[in-house]
Design a protein around this ligand. Structure first.
Ligand SMILES: Nc1ncnc2c1ncn2[C@@H]1O[C@H](COP(=O)(O)OP(=O)(O)OP(=O)(O)O)[C@@H](O)[C@H]1O
Length: 273
């Protein structure tokens, strides 16, 4: 995927989605999961997507990851440095190789690209340190808790140094304490290298805590209901941020956009059953 010609004088977006529609074959016809979305995401944005269940969030992310093809329209990611992977993805639950150590999991993408051993060592060492995994470098996934496995996944994704980072509900299976710790860690790592991130969550709190921009999607067929700027300064401290009245107002505001769509999705589901 290459981004179209830059328009002189305008900052080029990192991601450009134009008239994107995705349909799946369904009994007796087609099912429209994404309906004509157009959207630019600026470089270095932490872009969060929230929306009711089934509105097409994962489908959109899978198209960005080149795991699905659009039915029509285009998705372009601007490549800034040749040789880097276009994207890395972090999923909910286990997405690391069970037969590899923590170190080998984190080093996987770099080794695949044939980077010099010293560079692999330095990069992997850096991200294992940032995710608190240095002591566990020789452990295997079965020896780790769920939170630690997600840390490995995050270390691997950042170490891989992709053009964009795609995260699909990476913390949803974790308990509240682990979730907060990992949100803080991701913020710390992200604030240091400001990679463009597209992050899906069901949690409005998580969206406001992490995001620069929050896109609320409409219920099926998936479209853009609203895009909201999150004005909080960085670096952010998760607990401090959540104690501010402005934070509560923001969460309330996002819920205002989301509530109707969640109700619509629920009605659609009930009509189907
Ligand atoms: N491969 C597929 N074939 C047919 N339908 C699909 C396929 N993948 C997704 N869908 C449908 O497209 C719609 C959007 O799915 P998607 O997983 O993108 O939603 P979502 O917003 O991520 O949902 P959730 O929040 O529940 O994870 C759903 O109705 C789903 O059943």
């Amino acid at each position: 995927m290459k981004l179209a010609e830059n328009i002189p004088g305008l900052a080029a977006p990192k991601i450009r989605i134009a008239n994107l529609t995705k349909q799946f074959a369904a009994r007796g016809g087609t099912f429209t999961a994404i309906d004509n979305i157009s959207l630019d995401i600026a470089p270095g944005t932490f872009f969060v997507i929230v929306g009711p269940s089934g509105c097409g969030k994962t489908t959109l992310l899978r198209i960005l990851a080149e795991l699905e093809k659009p039915s029509s329209g285009t998705v372009e990611v601007r490549a800034d440095r040749p040789g880097r992977p276009s994207n890395s993805m972090v999923f909910q639950g286990d997405s690391i190789f069970p037969w590899m150590t923590v170190w080998d999991n984190a080093a996987y993408g770099l080794k695949l690209r044939g980077l010099p051993e010293a560079e692999v060592k330095e990069t992997v060492g850096h991200y294992l340190d940032k995710t608190g995994l240095t002591k566990f470098a020789r452990h295997y996934p079965h020896q780790l808790s769920g939170g630690m496995k997600q840390r490995v996944s995050i270390a691997r994704a950042f170490a891989n140094d992709p053009e964009i980072l795609l995260m699909d509900e990476p913390f949803s299976a974790l308990d509240e304490q682990n979730k907060t710790l990992l949100q803080e860690e991701v913020l710390r790592i992200w604030e240091a290298d400001k990679k463009t991130v597209v992050f899906i969550t069901h949690s409005v709190d998580e969206a406001v805590t992490l995001g620069d921009k929050i896109m609320v999607m409409s219920a099926h067929p998936g479209n853009v209901k609203a895009i909201i700027d999150v004005p909080f300064a960085r670096p952010r401290n998760v607990l401090e941020l959540r104690s501010q009245p402005a934070y509560g107002e923001m969460v309330y505001n996002i819920w205002g956009h989301l509530r109707e769509e969640v109700q619509r999705a629920k009605a659609q589901e009930e009509a189907r059953t």
